[in-house]
Design a protein around this ligand. Structure first.
Ligand code: SF4
Length: 392
């Protein structure tokens, strides 16, 4: 049985290399980022709060904040990473405390529902071979047949309603609890944005849930079929615990560890610096070449000639009109295609879209049977592309 989770699938979608580190290679993890650390401590404090409420003890606001401080101090490690240079650990601690105070005042005395589970482990079989597992921050039963799945977020950016309505994680948990408990008629998905003192709610239709289940099974099978896991760099790399091991960043860490003043002499650094310098020179030459082209065309037109001579050769000036047609993103493209079909010209001018097809083959986006049938037509050759990125 293959066991997946929402975060496992999301990890693959965000960056296949991160997925490979987290779920396949499993090297020792780097230290937590402060945002994740603060989020975990807020979760700890709220889990404790509702645990107390379950046994008919309602802590006061100071108890809740005291619990947060206690778990913060107990779990704190000096290597917790703070990416933003304008923030300190105390700033995040203050944000966490304020968020919990706001939460406390909004929901006290916490009698909106009966809490059925805290950090509740749920499982959802997708088929005989695949299963989803997850942990629900808080599962509430509001009344007969009416349930709520609660999720705590400490992010500073509020999820839009569209995103909530398309969110996969809590919808998967809904599918799971519908299987786990008999009396589940109506389920509301609730995200608590603690730092923003607000909540976002959503719900799903049975059809949406059935579609989701099928899509997730497809995603899981797609991930399982992969053999290579490329690094997909983004601004999330700053928060990635595998960054020092990642092929996209490892060389930076190696060169930063070199003795002061020797970095520019490291062989990889020398190659990159020369490549970028030549790229700049070529760009400048290309710009000058374009200027000369315009000047030559203007001079030839003024003299009424179509060839200008230098001492080392000549340049023929060829004038042409290029024909443009609506591209794939242009809404008029489908009208053009319809017109060609009606004129009986479609077969003559429609050509195989080789690039999308070769990408689908390369990305493993075709079904195994389809790939097998196309394989005799496929050739593969190795190549290298370089994508420069300048230091900010
Ligand atoms: S550092 Fe960036 S590219 Fe590398 S594994 Fe992490 S998220 Fe992916």
């Amino acid at each position: 049985m293959s066991v997946f989770s929402h975060s496992r699938i999301e990890s693959y979608e965000t960056c296949p290399k991160k997925y490979e580190f987290a779920y396949l290679i499993k090297p020792p993890k780097g230290p937590d980022g402060i945002e994740a650390f603060m989020g975990s401590r807020a979760h700890d404090a709220l889990e404790w709060l509702y645990g107390e409420v379950k046994v008919c003890r309602v802590p006061d606001e100071e108890d809740l904040v005291g619990r947060f401080r206690q778990v913060w101090d107990a779990e704190w490690k000096d290597d917790v990473r703070i990416v933003r240079p304008d923030r300190t650990a105390d700033d995040y601690r203050a944000i966490g405390e304020k968020a919990l105070r706001d939460y406390y005042r909004r929901y006290h005395p916490f009698d909106q529902a009966v809490t059925v589970g805290l950090e509740l482990r749920v499982t959802l079989p997708l088929d005989e071979d695949h299963e989803i597992i997850g942990y629900i921050d808080r599962l509430d039963r509001v009344s007969d047949g009416v349930w709520e799945i609660h999720d705590y977020k400490t992010a500073a950016t509020l999820m839009t309603q569209d995103k909530a309505d398309a969110n996969r994680q809590l919808a998967l948990y809904e599918l799971a609890i519908r299987q786990m408990y008999a009396d589940v008629r109506e389920v509301t998905l609730v995200w608590h944005y603690l730092a923003l003192d607000c909540e976002v709610r959503s719900s799903r239709t049975p059809e949406q849930l059935a579609d989701l289940r099928a899509q997730v099974l497809e995603s899981v099978k797609h991930i399982e079929a992969q053999h290579s896991f490329p690094a997909r760099t983004s601004n999330l790399c700053d928060w990635c615990e595998y960054r020092p091991l990642c092929p996209a960043w490892k060389h930076l860490y190696q060169t930063e560890a070199l003795p002061e003043g020797t970095r520019a002499e490291e062989s990889g650094v020398v190659l990159v610096d020369e490549y970028l310098r030549i790229s700049d020179e070529m760009a400048a030459l290309k710009a000058r070449q374009d200027e000369l082209k315009d000047a030559i065309a203007t001079r030839a037109a003024a003299d009424g000639v179509d060839r200008l001579f230098g001492t080392g050769g000549s340049l023929k000036v060829f004038r042409y009109t290029s024909i443009g047609l609506p591209d794939a993103k242009d809404p008029r493209r489908s009208e053009l295609e319809a017109e060609l079909r009606e004129m009986g010209l479609w077969e003559r001018f429609a050509v195989l879209a080789s690039y999308p097809l070769s990408r689908a083959i390369g990305d493993g986006a075709l079904a195994p049977g389809e790939l097998e049938r196309l394989e005799p037509f496929v050739t593969r050759c190795e190549g290298v592309k370089l994508y420069p990125a300048r230091n900010r």
